[in-house]
Write a protein that binds this ligand. Structure first.
Ligand code: NAP
Length: 314
């Protein structure tokens, strides 16, 4: 008999049950059991683990694993906690997730383009203060990260008429979008974008990437959106650059520690919009279909979609 799929998670019981039901519906031919319900033999024989914030000790107890499927797109914590010797990790790459993130990038780009933070302030002060309209074609949006999420966000922004440029590790060859790479490319993107949107993974190379010097390279009055991971930005440096009047606004969805602690100056800063990590939630039904497809393909052909590169960290 084929061993069961191990579902390893630290989600609360209700959330775990919801995911189990959706996963079982997507894979009626598979037996999917939560880690705690696996017998000792099943823990030894399980070939595949589906994980969402798993306890690394539980994953390590599955000694026969061939590979691991994450239910999330961001796997920085998983990679760190499981270490380089863990079995190959497949992360969630879901067009629906890219669509949701593209929508969020477009929504908060419009929020900045239409000066909503400034109107929020003038309303609080009962001030009637119309501002000049800026057409999207006058605004350059720079995307840090041109992967599954960044490239879809770029497409949505282009369709809406914004000028778009992107930065990634490898140079892309995309029609109509200026794509940059390397330190020089980062310099160019930061210094020529009115709005910079971060969609990079958190790795050894990107931790603290947006520090005081780099934030100061952004043009006077520019804004920043971080929908990736909090630790890519040095929080104290961002506060300094905002207070100096150099940057206009920051939309932050992600933070080094979440939930954001009550003592954080971000909560009350007039130049900061705080969001509770909601820019692109996983859609369970489509995620389960993707996971089911990858598992069925592996059973049929033995091959996996692209796995996470442990050295690069994403
Ligand atoms: P992805 O497909 O792996 O794309 C990552 C992009 O970043 C690629 O373009 C990659 O360059 C680039 N990159 C990585 N390291 C770099 C470096 N050192 N220098 C320059 N470019 C670098 O990842 P994704 O699916 O788009 O997701 C990106 C991140 O979004 C995730 O890691 C996660 O942290 C975050 N996320 C947030 C939410 C939320 O709700 N806030 C939801 C989902 C995901 P190459 O193209 O050359 O490889």
């Amino acid at each position: 008999m084929i061993p069961p799929l191990a579902f390893v998670t630290r989600l609360d019981v209700e959330e775990e049950q919801t995911w189990l039901e959706i996963l079982r519906r997507a894979m009626p031919e598979e037996r999917i059991l939560p880690f705690r319900d696996l017998t000792g033999e099943e823990r030894r024989l399980a070939e595949i683990a589906i994980v969402a914030n798993p306890d690394p000790a539980d994953v390590a107890a599955l000694s026969g694993l061939s590979w691991i499927h994450s239910l999330w797109a961001g796997v920085e914590r998983l990679v760190l906690e499981l270490g380089v010797t863990a079995p190959p990790i497949v992360r969630l790459v879901d067009p629906e997730l890219s669509r949701v993130m593209g929508e969020a990038v477009l929504a908060w780009t419009y929020y900045l383009q239409r000066d909503m933070p400034a109107y929020r302030v003038s309303q609080a002060e009962k001030r009637w203060a119309p501002r000049d309209y800026r057409h999207p074609s006058e605004i350059t949006v720079g995307l840090l990260g041109m992967g599954a999420l960044g490239s879809e966000a770029a497409r949505r922004l282009m369709d809406a008429g914004f000028r778009v440029q992107g930065w990634s590790r490898s140079r892309k060859d995309l029609a109509e979008i200026v794509t940059l790479s390397g330190e020089d490319g980062l310099d160019t993107l930061l210094s020529t974008s009115d709005i910079t949107v971060c969609l990079l993974p958190l790795t050894v190379e990107t931790r603290g990437l947006l520090n005081f010097e780099r934030l100061k390279r952004m043009p006077e009055g520019a804004s920043l959106i971080n929908f990736a991971r909090g630790a890519i930005i040095v929080a104290d440096d961002l506060i300094r650059v905002l207070e100096s009047g150099h940057l206009d606004h920051a939309v932050l969805d992600v933070f080094e520690r979440e939930p954001l602690e009550a003592s954080s100056p971000f909560w009350t800063h007039p130049k900061v919009t705080v969001l509770p990590h909601i820019s692109a939630p996983t859609t369970p039904s489509s995620a389960a279909r993707i996971v089911a497809g990858n598992i069925a393909a592996w059973r049929r052909t033995g091959s996996l979609p692209q796995t996470v590169d442990r050295i690069r960290g994403y």
